[in-house]
Design a protein around this ligand. Structure first.
Ligand SMILES: Cc1ncc(COP(=O)(O)O)c(C=O)c1O
Length: 434
């Protein structure tokens, strides 16, 4: 008997099926499918109700955009108030306070003591792309170092920086030049020893031509990969040694998911620039580049920007998100969610040889599914079946990894323990069946 999940019709129900027919006709196919067969009517915290009245537990959090949950009342109220006043001016035409107040909050929250300032954009890819532009201008160098399994977006430059070919790079080349990819060692996939990293890097490219190293402190789409101890510190050291900007991509790992506002705080490292998006404005389009002031101040006014950047609705939502994280102790909550997830997943690992690894920091926790614990052969097909079983039984759980053989938890931090346990029961049933 489920307490939160309530499936009243077949899934998808008749109303969702009607919309799906229209979608097939009018929505561009390369936009992809959807994990949920039901079309959402409304969301509340970690729960989603579709247009046929079916209720699900959502562990996707809109692919990690909903740290404070679906329709948090404070976010709703802030956006409502703003929408009644004005929806857009373009900050460079008529400025507004929320852009400045949010920048102040982010600059003050950012790790390290150097003075920082903030540029706002619309999405993650735009933040990364602009951070690279800024790094190139500041250093006068063209090159960018990225990592195996990374995901940075879908614009020409960020697609080139992203690892996985299909579907992200399909036939979309030629790709942007001057992007160099290096291994990202983790305890479960120790692809390289730290002591060899500098040699491999400097054999591949002259570091004096590198503007930036762009790194996810914990890789998101790539499979919640936490680097081996000392790796991020080594990257920081190398960046300082060669005058390279260290840019952390916190688009998925930031905004509290790991129990710290920025994931990099788990290592006590000060990057030169940090990119945020996703949960920043609870799903409204907003991203940020937080940089050392000295770096951005070296560029001329008007050299970066965009018509919609730092939209006032999104800025108000983001200010609320930061307040909610503080008021509702969501950083602590992320740790508690992570402990609960790890406890349950480790118990499942004892039972099911399919689970090769349980990893993550705080609520950013995942399991890697393998056909053989020795060879670590990816259990891609099995992962797909588990995801589908969960969907059919009322839980949306995203997969991840270059081989799509992980289940990753991107749940809102306001999920209750009971809701989380119910979702985990469904995941456990799914693994047991597969
Ligand atoms: C780590 C990371 N960087 C960049 C992006 C791109 O963000 P957006 O889809 O908002 O452009 C994503 C999106 O999933 C991401 O997870």
């Amino acid at each position: 008997m489920r307490k939160f999940i309530s499936l009243k019709t077949e899934v998808p129900g008749p109303k969702s099926q009607e919309i799906a027919k229209k979608r097939e006709k009018y929505v561009a196919k390369p936009m992809g499918g959807s994990l949920s067969p039901g079309y959402i009517d409304y969301g509340e915290g970690a729960l989603v109700t579709d247009v046929d009245g079916n209720r699900y537990i959502d562990l996707t959090g809109g692919w990690g955009c909903l740290a404070v949950g679906h329709s948090h009342p404070s976010v709703v109220s802030a956006v409502k108030k703003q929408v009644e006043k004005f929806t857009h001016t373009d900050f460079t035409a008529i400025p507004y306070d929320s852009f400045v107040t949010l920048s102040e909050k982010l600059a003050q929250l950012a790790p390290g003591n150097s003075p920082k300032n903030v540029a706002l954009f619309n999405c993650g890819a735009e933040a990364i792309e602009n951070a690279v532009k800024i790094a190139r201008a500041f250093t006068g160098r063209p090159g960018v170092i990225v990592f195996e399994n990374s995901f940075h977006g879908r614009t020409l430059l960020t697609m080139s920086m992203t690892h996985k070919a299909m579907p992200y790079k399909y036939k979309f080349g030629p790709f942007a030049p001057e992007v160099y990819r290096l291994p990202f060692p983790t305890p479960y996939h120790p692809s390289i020893e730290i002591k060899n990293f500098e040699r491999i890097m400097t054999n591949m490219v002259n570091p004096e031509t590198i503007a930036a190293v762009v790194i996810e402190p914990i890789q998101g789409e790539g499979g919640f990969n936490v680097p081996v101890d000392g790796f991020l510190e080594h990257i920081r050291e190398l960046c300082s040694k060669y005058g390279i900007m260290m840019i952390t991509d916190e688009i998925q790992s930031g905004i509290g998911r790991t129990g710290k506002f920025f994931a990099i705080e788990n290592w006590n490292i000060e990057p030169d620039m940090t990119c945020l998006a996703k949960s920043l404005a609870s799903g409204l389009p907003l991203s940020a580049v937080i940089a050392r002031k000295e770096i951005t101040d070296s560029l001329p006014g008007g050299s970066i920007g965009g018509t919609y950047v730092g939209n006032p609705l999104a800025c108000q939502a983001a200010i609320e998100v930061i307040n909610i994280i503080e008021k509702e102790n969501l950083l602590e909550r992320a740790i508690m969610i992570g402990d609960r997830l790890k406890k349950r997943f480790l118990a499942m690992k004892e039972k099911f040889p399919l689970i090769g690894d349980v990893r993550g920091i705080g609520a950013m926790t995942a399991i890697e599914l393998v056909r053989d614990r020795e060879t670590k052969e990816p259990a891609t097909e099995e992962t797909g079946k588990i995801v589908q079983y969960c969907v059919q039984n009322g839980v949306f759980v995203p997969s991840a990894g270059i081989n799509k053989n992980l289940l990753r938890i991107l749940v809102t931090l306001v999920i209750t323990d009971e809701q989380l346990e119910e979702a985990l029961d469904v995941i456990e049933e799914a693994i047991a069946r597969v």
